[in-house]
Write a protein that binds this ligand. Structure first.
Ligand code: F6R
Length: 369
């Protein structure tokens, strides 16, 4: 059942190109337009929305953070992201025109379910993004968009994260299509780029061996820091979460721009710091800023592990280890940039002798609040 792999997690990481492709399948028509009638919200309802709040926990929350950048950019609808466990306790402002998007792999996470119930009591519409058919959260929501990752057995979320990202991109583009906030051609171009992502994820996996070697070489590290900005920040958060869960190591992620406001004090000789570099095209200002961050931490002795797109030679002089991923538009980069971080955490945990499918103290779905 592990399909020749020693762990489900390794199998599930390898399944990601297919999981991404399956989540796109049947949702794009012959003319390159999105067909998401399955979500059962009418175009009129979608046009009335004036605010979006995404609620989720853990890895699903990180998918929500990426979604905020994409949804606001494409639809111009204000979008907040909140940890589901915090949501209902702060008396959030909700009404009929608020769309609450609940992201949950299992569909059974109690914190997220309670957030959904609270939103519906306030008459907001709730759209669930979920991987398990017929689970509680989609049953209690107004609408659902399923991710098609297939069953995920490893406790740590991997392929479901990538498919949650895809589902969020589809929701954002669909809203843009219905509300006319983007030209049809623009939407079609992004859909075509999305359709290329399974091959790009495959390519990351085909060239992953150096990441494994790197992870093994760091088995005795005390801590690892992760830096990113824009959508690379949630990728950094996800990389740190994987390392905590699987390798039981102290791992922390920062938005690179925050470094100078405190965390830079943590940098010391030989501390491994993973940096996710945004593509040069598009948000080139961010690219250059993160380049100076890398120089700053390296000058203070950090061991810099830099993830950047193929063809970006500018970072090479400041990287102790350089990990190239295929070029992708900025907003879609998390689909490729996350994969090396999953493999890194998994391999480091194995090198430390841990069972990556069943990390200590964790359950696959958390059904208590
Ligand atoms: C991380 C992980 C957890 C879950 C979180 C939400 O690897 O598995 O952080 O992402 O417990 O679970 P779901 O998505 O089932 O609501």
């Amino acid at each position: 059942e592990k399909g020749g792999y020693d762990y489900f997690m390794l199998k599930e990481i390898a399944e990601q190109p297919r999981a991404v492709a399956d989540t796109l399948l049947g949702r794009i028509d012959a003319n390159g337009r999105l067909t998401l009638d399955e979500i059962r919200l009418s175009d009129d309802e979608l046009r009335e929305i004036d605010k979006i709040i995404i609620v989720a926990c853990g890895t699903a929350y990180h998918a929500g953070l990426v979604a905020k950048y994409a949804i606001e950019h494409w639809t111009r609808i204000p979008c907040e992201v909140e940890l589901a466990s915090e949501f209902r306790y702060r008396d959030p402002i909700l009404d009929r025109d608020t769309l609450v998007i609940a992201i949950s792999q299992s569909g059974e996470t109690m914190d997220t379910l309670m957030a959904v119930r609270h939103a519906r009591e306030q008459r907001s519409r709730v759209l669930a993004i979920c991987n398990v058919n017929g689970s509680t959260i989609p049953r209690e929501s107004d609408a659902v968009l399923y991710t098609h990752a297939g069953p995920e057995v490893g406790v740590a979320a991997t392929k479901t994260f990538l498919t949650q990202l895809v589902a969020c991109y589809l929701v954002g583009l669909y809203l843009a299509q219905v509300r006319g906030t983007m030209f049809g051609d623009e939407i079609r171009a992004i859909i075509a780029q999305l359709a290329d992502m399974p091959d790009k994820v495959e390519k990351v996996l085909d060239t992953i061996e150096p990441v494994r070697e790197l992870a093994r070489s760091l088995a005795d590290a005390k801590a690892v820091l992760f830096l990113g900005r824009h959508v690379g920040y949630p990728v950094a958060l996800e990389g740190a979460l994987k390392l905590k869960e699987l390798a039981y190591m102290h791992a922390e992620a920062f938005a690179a721009g925050e470094l100078k406001h405190g965390p830079i004090a943590l940098i010391e000789q030989d501390l491994p710091v993973v940096v996710v570099v945004p593509p040069r095209r598009g948000r080139s200002v961010l690219h250059d800023k993160i380049l100076s961050n890398i120089q700053e931490i390296r000058a203070r002795g950090a061991k810099t592990i830099v993830i950047t797109e193929e063809g970006d030679e500018t970072v090479a002089p400041y990287a102790d280890t350089l990990i190239y991923v295929p070029a992708a538009p900025t907003l879609l980069q998390p689909l490729v940039a996350t994969v090396p971080l999953q493999v890194f955490a998994c391999e480091l945990a194995l090198a430390r002798g841990h069972d990556v499918d069943r990390p200590r103290n964790l359950a696959k779905s958390v059904t208590v609040e």
